[in-house]
Every structure is written in structure tokens, then in C-alpha cells.
Design a protein around this ligand. Structure first.
Ligand code: NDP
Ligand code: HSE
Length: 430
């Protein structure tokens, strides 16, 4: 089985290492040796960590490498939309199997890749694109195909989980925790994709597509980053026995007209400390899947880093190579359900709202009246402080997000509300 590797950075260099270190075992598992015939990069002369690689393998002509007649499997670990999309489409249409870790491309235009795979009769594998080393997409794509998945809740971004875990453990603010994440090498020089939720939204789209047999793109995902989470929010969460996580949530259920639909969102949320995702600390990822027959399933592990991600890539390479030897194919894209996407306003969630108010007669009644007007039921109210320094912390029962947002907008206009200190969604509780 001959392999072409596109990209030899953090992930690609570790793919080469594993291919070399585990050559004998991989040959035994597949029934044929794997031979790396070329590596396409931008700068062939660059040193690739401590992985010894034959310099003759490097080329800057990725397309020429893909088009070689003797290439069976193309591994794409370059990232980004173009030229990766053109290369993958070219390989698949030519009947070559493709293994990719490219979450951004799959979330933006996965349909084009799947169509090319169908056209070329080729395999498209992408386990590494969501949650790094965690075997997650294959369970969704194969093991759970006898069941109906109702909800997927995940921590799928390691950088932001590190930051939020650090804020929770030390009481630090966002900026301080981000600095620590950068110093330790968790956060990239430009952390925008992570802290603004773009990375998690791409992964949410891929998970939702597989879970609900429907093409979901990054544009369908409601996204709110975690830069606005303050030390005060974390303290409020603590006081409620909760912690704050950047969650990706994908759910199926009826929309306001009763039509079965899909809701996909990424935002920070309070979750009870008793929830299985609350104990996921450091830069780890975890995904909680709920299915009608299987019940609750939890997947946990390292979601990033060269070696863990290369583990997932190699697993796909073995599967693709075995299929080619056996003359079979991976399961093709399953999008028969074509469920519509439900807007964020119809997602049912709970809010935690902290208000600085004047402490005098009738204030609570006025505030409660605003909730009632927008058909939002209050679950708990807690007041701390007195007179000029009173704070009301209100937690709601589940309500459509649009009703909750309208409630907050009206509270902002009240004279008796001096400021709204924080608004956070609450997930995972009764
Ligand atoms: P890197 O930036 O470390 O490596 C990218 C590689 O692609 C480099 O070898 C670079 O070449 C090469 N490259 C870039 N542009 C071109 C081009 N135009 N032509 C040829 N080669 C090119 O990225 P990562 O290894 O971190 O990520 C790769 C993929 O894996 C991405 O899709 C990413 O989202 C995904 N991923 C990464 C994870 C991680 O922890 N890093 C985790 C999960 C998924 P050169 O070295 O010469 O510059
Ligand atoms: N930046 C991502 C993270 C890398 O922090 O999880 C893995 O996709």
C-alpha cells in the first residue's frame, strides 16, 4: 500500500514517526506493508522536529504526488480550505482513499468531499478532525447506526478547556488564564479560532452531520466564544455548585411547528459539578452522546497534539488500506434524513442572570413580572447584599432562547436594574 503525505508539521511529522516505529505491526495488521512514497510541504529544507525523514521524499508538487499512479492512500494534514479541497477532490475522483484531519474544510464544504468520494468509489476517513485521538467518529458513523442519537454534548476544544479549568481552579480572569495557556504551549499565537468558538463550531458541524444523518455546515452552527466569561461568572457558577465549560451541543427534536429538526450551538455554559463533563479538566476533550436505545455514552481523551492526532490518522490509514486490499469500501456518507436546522431562538435552554438592583419594595415583583411577560419560568432567586449593593441571581427553567433573550433585553431597560453583571446559559441539569 503506497501512501502520499500532504503536510509534515505538528501532525504530519508524528504520522511519519508512527509509520516508521510501528512498521512491522502495521504490516501484520493490514496484511501488506505501508510505503510512504512522498511528502508534500511548502519548505522542503525545514527541520521536522527530531523525526528522521529521507530528504528525497520531500516535494513542493502536491498535485504531482497525488496524481502518481502508484499512490493508493493520500493523507492530508495541511489544513485550511484551499489548496487542500482541490487536492482531496482530485485524489478521491481518481479512486484514491483519503485520510484527513481537516475539520475546517469538512465543516465548510464536507459535501463536496463526500460527493467526490462517491464519484471515485473511494474512501474518505476523518477521525482526527474532531477530538484528536478520541475514537468518536467511527462509533457515530458505524457502531451507533442501529440506534437513534438524540443529543451530543461535547468539550471539543482543548485550549479553551485549559483556560476555563484554570479560571475555575485559581479564580484567575480570562486574560491571565490565556497568558498561562500561551506560555505552556496550549494556545496558539493567534488564539481567535479557539477562544471565539470557530474551532468548536467546525467540530460541532461534523458531529451533528454524523449523528443526525444530515449535512450540517459551520454556517448552521450558532457560535458564541468564551472571551466574555469573567472571574465573577466563575465565582457565581461555583456558588451554584456548577463550573463553566465551552460546550458544543447538537440536538434533534421538534421545532415550533412540530417538525423534526436539528439545533447545533457552541457557547459557554454552566454545568453542574455532578455532570460527567464537569470533571474534564486541563486540555482534555470529552463528548457525551445520548441515544434512544444505548442511553448515555462518554468519550474522553486528548483532543489535540501531534502524537494523539497522528494515532487517529494512522487508525484511518489502516482501515483504508485494509479496505483496498479486500476490495471493499468504508460506509459512505449517510444524509438521508435531511433534517432542517432550527434557529438558536428555538433552542430550549436555561439562563443564569445576575442583576445589580436597587434593594427596595416591589423590585423583585417588577423583575419577576418581566420573566412572566416573556413566558419564562423562574427556578431559583437568590439575593445578596443590601440597599445600594444588592445583587439578584436568577436561574430559569428551560425556555426558548428567544424568550430568554427578550427577557434580558427588557430587564436592561428597567430603572431599578443598575446593571446586568452576567448572563450565562445553564446546561445539563433538571
Ligand atoms: P502545521 O501548521 O503544523 O503543518 C502544516 C503542514 O502543511 C506543514 O508541513 C506545511 O509545510 C504544510 N503546508 C502548508 N501549506 C502548504 C502548501 N500550500 N503546500 C504544501 N504544503 C503545505 O499544522 P498541523 O499539523 O497542526 O495541522 C494539520 C491539520 O490537522 C489541520 O487541518 C488541523 O486542523 C488538523 N488538526 C491538528 C491538530 C493539532 O493538534 N495540531 C489536532 C487535530 C486536527 P511546511 O512545514 O513546509 O511549512
Ligand atoms: N486548537 C484545537 C484545540 C486543536 O485547542 O483543541 C485541536 O483541534
Amino acid at each position: 500500500m503506497r501512501l502520499a503525505l500532504l503536510g509534515c508539521g505538528t501532525v504530519g511529522a508524528e504520522v511519519v514517526r508512527l509509520l516508521t516505529d510501528q512498521a512491522a505491526d502495521l504490516t501484520a495488521r493490514i496484511g501488506a506493508p505501508l510505503e510512504l512514497v512522498g511528502i508534500a510541504v511548502r519548505r522542503p529544507g525545514r527541520r521536522r522536529g527530531d523525526v528522521p525523514i529521507d530528504p528525497a521524499l520531500f516535494t513542493t508538487d502536491a498535485l504531482g504526488l497525488i496524481k502518481r499512479d502508484d499512490v493508493d492512500v493520500v493523507i492530508e494534514v495541511v489544513g485550511g480550505i484551499e489548496p487542500a479541497r482541490g487536492w482531496i477532490v482530485e485524489a478521491l475522483r481518481a479512486g484514491k482513499s483519503v485520510v484527513t484531519a481537516n475539520k475546517a474544510l469538512l465543516a465548510e464544504d464536507g459535501g463536496t468531499l463526500h460527493d467526490a468520494a462517491a464519484e471515485g468509489g473511494a474512501d474518505l476517513y476523518y477521525e482526527a478532525s474532531v477530538a484528536g485521538a478520541i475514537p468518536l467518529l467511527r462509533p457515530l458513523r458505524e457502531s451507533l447506526h442501529g440506534d437513534r442519537i438524540t443529543r451530543v454534548t461535547g468539550i471539543v476544544n482543548g485550549t479553551t478547556n485549559f483556560i476555563l479549568s484554570s479560571m475555575d481552579a485559581t479564580g484567575a480572569g480570562f486574560t491571565e488564564a490565556l497568558e498561562e495557556a500561551t506560555e505552556l504551549g496550549y494556545a496558539e499565537a493567534d488564539p481567535t479560532a479557539d477562544v471565539e468558538g470557530f474551532d468548536a463550531a467546525a467540530k460541532a458541524a461534523i458531529l451533528a452531520s454524523l449523528a443526525f444523518h444530515t449535512r450540517v455546515t459551520a454556517a448552521d452552527v450558532f457560535r458564541e466564544g468564551m472571551t466574555g466569561v469573567t472571574a465573577g461568572d466563575v465565582a457565581s457558577a461555583n456558588a451554584m455548585g456548577c463550573t463553566i465549560k465551552l460546550l458544543c451541543l447538537a440536538e434533534r427534536g421538534p421545532d415550533s411547528h412540530g417538525t423534526e429538526s436539528v439545533s447545533v450551538r457552541v457557547h459557554p455554559a454552566m454545568i453542574p459539578r455532578s455532570h460527567p463533563l464537569a470533571s474534564v479538566g486541563d486540555a482534555f476533550n470529552a463528548v457525551f452522546v445520548e441515544a434512544e436505545a444505548a442511553g448515555q455514552l462518554m468519550f474522553y481523551g486528548r483532543g489535540a497534539g501531534g502524537t494523539p492526532t497522528a494515532s487517529a490518522v494512522l487508525g484511518d490509514v489502516v482501515a483504508a488500506a485494509r479496505n483496498r486490499l479486500a476490495g471493499t469500501r468504508a460506509p459512505s456518507e449517510s444524509v438521508y434524513a435531511h433534517l432542517p436546522i432550527r434557529p438558536i431562538g428555538e433552542a430550549v435552554t436555561r439562563y443564569h442572570i445576575s442583576l445589580d438592583v436597587a434593594d427596595r419594595q416591589g423590585v423583585l415583583a417588577t423583575v419577576a413580572g418581566v420573566f412572566a411577560k416573556h413566558e419564562v419560568s423562574i427556578a431559583t432567586v437568590r439575593q445578596s447584599g443590601r440597599e445600594a449593593d444588592a445583587t439578584l441571581v436568577i436561574v430559569t427553567h428551560g425556555a426558548p432562547d428567544s424568550h430568554l433573550a427578550a427577557t434580558v433585553a427588557e430587564l436592561e431597560q428597567l430603572d431599578i436594574v443598575r446593571s446586568i453583571a452576567s448572563v450565562l446559559r445553564v446546561e445539563g441539569g433538571a
